[in-house]
Design a binder for this molecule. Sequence first.
Ligand code: PRX
Length: 665
Amino acid sequence: MATVVPALANLHTETRAFPPSPEFAAQANAQPGIYEQADQDRVAFWADQARSLAWATPFTETLDWSDAPAAKWFADGTLNACDNAVDRHVREGRGDRVAFHFEGEPGDTRTLTYADMHREVQKAANALESLGVSKGDRVAIYLPQIPEAVISMLACARIGAIHSVVFGGFSAESLRQRIDDAEASLVITADGGNRRGKHLALKPLVDEALAAGDHHPEPCATVKHVLTVQRTGQDTHWEKGRDVWWHDVVDPASDSHEPVMVEAEHPLFILYTSGTTGSPKGLFHSTGGYLTGVATTHKMVFDLKPETDVYWCSADVGWITGHSYIVYGPMTNGATQVLYEGTPNTPHEGRWWEIIQKYGVTIFYTAPTAIRTFMKWGEAIPNQYDLTSLRLLGSVGEPINPEAWMWYRRVIGGDRCPVVDTWWQTETGSIMISPLPGVTATKPGSAQKPMPGVGVDVVDDHGDPVPDGSGGYLVLTEPWPSMLRGIWGDRPRYERTYWSRFPGLYFAGDGAKKDADGDIWLLGRVDDVMNVSGHRLSTTEVEHALVSHPWVAEAAVVGASDDVTGQAVVAFVIIRSDAVDLNEDGHEVAVALRNHVSHEIGPIAKPRTILVVTEVPKTRSGKIMRRLLRDVAEHRPVGDVTTLADSTVMDAITAGLEAGKADED
Ligand code: PRX
């Protein structure tokens, strides 16, 4: 087949494999027979898994795929996600178990048992209801990584409201877009959070988001209240009637609240993620199918023993990893977790390892970009701490290079812990491809096997499976319980984006290769989505942000490979010559544009490199040829230019680059 992924050519697939130790294998939750069991009857396998949840009305139907690609799982059952994550543990006598060891960045700590969480979610649920929120309403949550973020999510679930968590690193404009799209009636935020030893303000961004501004002639019409947690004590503008403090309405609220049982298909949350266009997609997930997926995979992949393990997932609750593997999966399984507010190097570069030592963390889940950062800081730092409590390590968010995988295994895992590389997406809700730690001989850099009950393949341009040893597009071949149920308010976009490329197959947007053993190696996105530090960004979104600056006539953005962040944002911009004198102000232009992108989208989208050019390469139909720009950004010889409208454009760009016109952050 024609090579679909340029990286395929030089992919180095490791041949080393690390079988689980006999001790680990013997005690593992997932045993070798699990694959055959699931293969015998996939749908029955998922029904069995779903039955381990607490249902108010047991389901009798498992999968309804008659309106494909809209799936219904367990549709005639009713349940409540908060009841599963919290009440059930208290009901069954586990109230004294610690749910969270919270560690604030400044060093403040809080221990919350399941009984404490039970009290807090009931109060918060009563408070939300007193603010007029009820079943089906949307609530935007814009909080730092503090217990109130988890409590808010669960309180929404408890009353059947649909939460939409917006990562605290997004801008006011990004928040407004998401509030408007979901027509949220309440925003839950904090005065600020702690980041790198400083107070980061959040409430002022909510105020800005809700007001009329450059992009919105009218103030936001849907939000009735802003519920604000006092975290930092910063001075905060207060809008009477609209703004309420958490300590004024949640703390005094009654701690008795009956969870609202909802149909299994009732949406649990919306989470926005970048696609290939300028506007983020509001993906929404169901209650029963989603909980089944996250609880099952969390048990199998992380081998959780809830009585003895201390589990730590370092992701932010603002991303899907935080939703699935901090809140809903682990809590449904009754896990004891660490929740940390801050950055890994505050106040020192050993902070994470100190936390692992302090709480005796046994299972640790993080991202390759973090691992590569620690590699750069040097192994002397983790070596100062006792990490012998660890027994299992996980990775997620981007392809993990074999070097980083080996370092993680050796330095953090003491050569004793299985490393599981887990592939999944906001869309899939739960882990789709991963080794099972007691079963699979792990290979550094490969996510390896579809989870039991999950259908995965790698196909060519025609949608035909490629043989072992070949590469192509990653697809999911069967519906699965935690699959997204759609894009909020846009069914055609859902069908177009995921189901039209290969009819009957879910197209993930990733390239992949099957090795000689049939194990799967992920090769990165094949569309216009970038992956920067495990965060998804759309090239178009960053281009839109750039051209909204008065100096910019045109912009083209690519994700170029980066040693630490996986990919970095590289922007090619055409500046209006009447607006600014580049000879004098070249660097200031780059600084201004970076700040502008940060203001429009958020600091995570800031371009690492800005190249001022006079043209960008386009096809005759006007489509930007990002492939060629990626060649330039990655310092490769420029590929085939025959389809360019003007084939000299690339010469001008490379000449400019050699003349030193790139501004690096
Ligand atoms: O490209 C894949 C990459 O992250 C994308 C999904 O991003 P998001 O929805 O933000 O979810 C991230 C956390 C689940 C995928 O399309 N990705 C995620 N995990 C891996 C990965 N790429 C390679 N290996 C992984 N383990």
